[in-house]
Design a protein around this ligand. Sequence first.
Ligand SMILES: [Ca+2]
Length: 528
Amino acid sequence: MIAEKLQPRVAHAVTLAAMTASLVMSACGGSRQAATRSGANSTVVNAQTACATLSGKSIGGATLTTAVIPANETTPMYCKVSGTLAPALNFEIRLPDKWNGKLYYAGGGGYDGAMTEVVVPPLVHGYAEVVSDSGHQGDGMSAAFALNDTFAAQLFGSLSVPTVMSTALKTVTAAYGVPPAKSYFEGCSNGGREALMAVQRNPNLFDGVIARSPGYNWVGFMGAFNRTAKALAAPGGAFSAAKTALLAKHVRDACDGLDGIVDGVVSNPAACTAKVANVTALRCAGGADTGDTCLSDAQLAVVKSWTTDAVFTGSNTFRSKGYNLTGNEDDPGGFGLWVSGDGEFRKAGQYMFQDTSVKYVLARDPNADSLKYTWDKNQSALYSMAALNDATQADIRAFIQAGGKLIVWHGGSDMALSVNSTIEYMINMEKSVGAENAAASTRLYVAPGVNHCGGGAGPDRTDLLTALDQWVTKGIAPSTLTAEKLDANGAVTRTLPLCRYPQFPKYTGPANDAAAAKVATSYTCASP
Ligand SMILES: [Ca+2]
């Protein structure tokens, strides 16, 4: 869903906003809303009526403006409610013509600074949709807002979601006469971080949360970005598109078939070990760069930085797990976009994010050179960044005990944020809350071949919101789900089981059958 916005090669800001693509209560009494649906069902409030009710009203500290947005080919008619919480936290609430009685908060992306776009499926399903710009306006690739405005930094880090929710709940209640019966949050990338932040810090705010590709370990992954940028900047480290294609093909040749089918997706990453992938076989004779058929020692050092854990001092959460080699490094939304910049690493997402983070958050010097910055050098700066942005707390028992449900999803070929970091968080979480609690209230899905928040060689679309809603409202816990891949016209071209981690979709259909390979029923979720 949100994933479509993150298509590769769109402006980096959008992508990260995809560091989203992507794509995210209260109030009253501090516990989840217990309103019954009967009130909502008996209330006939269409978009025009909602807009008329709210126009010019001051609710929760914000003066509201409204506009009825007509239906178009993808979006139903809704009332757009806009407001600002002083000094600069802009939010939007989209009230559908036919409210389903529930609220959906969509998280942001990157360093935010712009309103999250309409997320279509929730509106179609009748959710009241809530978004914000996270408390400042600007480029989603820039942390400049944080330099001279520590309150804006706090809003971005953790404050904007509960703050907006407080007003949003009052606003939705004013529009429909009853509060939402259920409230959900979904976000990807930074929005996934916001999702886990809400689970950890505001355990009663949402009934259900979807954290996709969460950038929860801000200090750790930004530090990993910094380390790999230095490897790319080292003499001979530049990684051209041709070198990336060489690496990707080498990995596919070694690992694609280990899941039972050669389909361009390494669906069993556990079997694609470093020994099996054997990247050192690509080393140029002598170690110096001799062309596009091999990798120099400097380029192999880039791959090593990329695939190994980055661990920093000061906290056991200042870390980022190494990335898997997936054979999809050459995807347009892959290594070139996020890491190498196809030979110009300063154009890659990871370089840009760590650079702006060094300048405006860590060194607090717009002239700082991130390639000369030592991540561990200023511990207090790391603590500050972590206090603002890290959502690494593994103990989420308060959320679970309040009845909350959490679905975590990550693309298996995400080259922005490591799927292995997300897996590590879920393992730590399970250790902390106990296996029984984790099984009863949390789920982890890894989508093979899927890029950051969406796109890529693998099927990237799954209706996680409906799965969450069924879980919350009917107690139907999600098991194996289905992922779809769509073509440019929106037609489904392939389906694949979306297996619960650590299972993967193993091909069990007939051999050499191209049609069978495209349908989920030809696969079985298997343990690695
Ligand atoms: Ca395969």
